[in-house]
Design a protein around this ligand. Structure first.
Ligand SMILES: *[C@@H]1O[C@H](CO)[C@@H](O)[C@H](O)[C@H]1NC(C)=O
Ligand SMILES: *[C@@H]1O[C@H](CO)[C@@H](O)[C@H](O)[C@H]1NC(C)=O
Ligand SMILES: *[C@@H]1O[C@H](CO)[C@@H](O)[C@H](O)[C@H]1NC(C)=O
Length: 349
């Protein structure tokens, strides 16, 4: 596989990464100023977590399962913070930002000069959203948050309140009702892409994330990895298996869920072959512009054609990126997020 990044297989629990949050920030601190690493000190209460956390960060959990289990058990909480908590806590933004541990100044010149854009698509679990935002937040970056139209009013309100505390975080100007595995998931990212291109921040790369993502790299590490890409995009792609071809060979009917019909679709209106791949990408500003500006209308036609396919996010980005010049290279960059496991995520296999 010459093209794009290789995912680490992550079959441990998402919540572990939350337990390691403190440690990753501790490492982040050291990374900022290596000269002071001798002063790097892990408080005693976190010391026992170190082997399990290091294993998670390194993606090598074999042999540390027992420690990880213990770590997980020690961090399990029965309740999570409510929407009301955030609606109240954000009345005083300065206090909120400080109390909840958001970074408020760029941590290095290198990061300051390399802003990253995020498209964050969420629908529930306000505390997980806050933790995700807090963990990827840097004041020089820009964040577009797409809230599912179907989400509760109080969820919308709490997200808007959190977002209102930051000049560089906003809710997408157009919101979709997202149906699992349907076009609406792609449209949510497209809405954010459009808004992000209009923002004043001259971001270099865009990463899309969702509410069950959690980063395993610091902003500084991401900047370094993105610099290595040097303008190229990164996405895990593969040739389409026979079974996955049905996803775009038949029309699908979307109501509150997506159902395959017996009606065959026309072939894809694109000269390059179809690919399958990850729904989550790392793309350059130039690529996003190219998508949005769409000189000859071919992309628009292809996107229209994609709208009644199954899980277009798992073939549209892969196909567009593979057919595009700025795209793939022999680089192999791990996606800097782990995901809480869903029932099925075929593209990881
Ligand atoms: C609301 O927030 C303030 C300040 O953060 C806090 O002192 C107060 O206890 C909160 N009230 C509720 C009902 O949570
Ligand atoms: C698609 O769904 C609509 C609304 O439920 C229904 O009326 C229509 O017959 C469906 N089409 C096919 C081809 O199943
Ligand atoms: C893509 O790459 C080919 C070969 O390197 C080049 O001839 C072509 O002009 C490029 N197209 C675009 C749109 O950059």
């Amino acid at each position: 596989m010459s093209c794009c990044y290789v995912l680490h297989k992550v079959d441990f629990f998402f919540s572990l990464s939350l337990a390691c949050l403190f440690l990753s920030f501790a490492f982040w601190e050291t990374a900022i100023d290596r000269s002071s690493s001798s002063q790097f000190h892990i408080p005693d209460q976190f010391f026992a977590d170190l082997p399990a956390c290091l294993a998670i960060i390194a993606g090598a959990v074999e042999g540390t399962k027992a420690e990880i289990k213990e770590l997980l058990a020690s961090r399990r909480r029965k309740t999570t913070l409510s929407e009301d908590f955030y609606i109240n806590a954000t009345k005083d933004c300065a206090a909120y930002i400080e109390n909840r541990g958001f970074i408020s100044v760029p941590l290095s010149e290198e990061e300051l000069n390399f802003p990253i854009a995020y498209s964050i698509v969420i629908h529930e679990k306000i505390e997980m959203f806050e933790r995700l935002l807090q963990s990827i937040y840097a004041p020089q970056n820009i964040y577009c948050v797409h809230i599912d139209l179907k989400s509760s009013l109080s969820f919308h309100k709490a997200v808007k309140k959190i977002v209102s505390c930051f000049p560089n975080v906003f809710v997408a100007s157009k919101l979709e009702s997202v149906v699992y595995a349907s076009w609406s998931r792609v449209q949510a990212d497209l809405n954010c892409m459009k808004d992000l291109l209009h923002s004043e921040v001259q971001w270099r790369y865009l990463l899309n994330t969702c509410g069950t993502d959690f980063p395993i790299k610091t902003n500084r590490e991401m900047v370094k990895a993105l610099k290595v890409l040097n303008g190229r995009n990164s996405l895990e792609t593969e040739a389409t298996s026979a079974s996955k071809k049905a996803r775009w060979q038949y029309q699908h009917n979307v109501t509150n869920r997506i159902i395959r019909t017996d009606v065959r679709k026309s072939p894809p209106p694109i000269s390059s072959p179809m690919f399958s791949g990850n729904a989550y990408f790392v793309v350059s500003r130039a690529f996003v512009k190219y998508l949005m500006q769409n000189g000859n209308g071919e992309i628009q036609k292809f996107m229209e054609w994609e709208k009644d396919t199954y899980s277009p996010d798992e073939h549209m980005w892969a196909t567009l990126l593979k057919s595009n010049n700025h795209s793939c290279s022999s680089l192999s960059l791990s996606r800097p997020f782990i995901r809480k496991k869903k029932k099925k995520r075929a593209f990881f296999s």
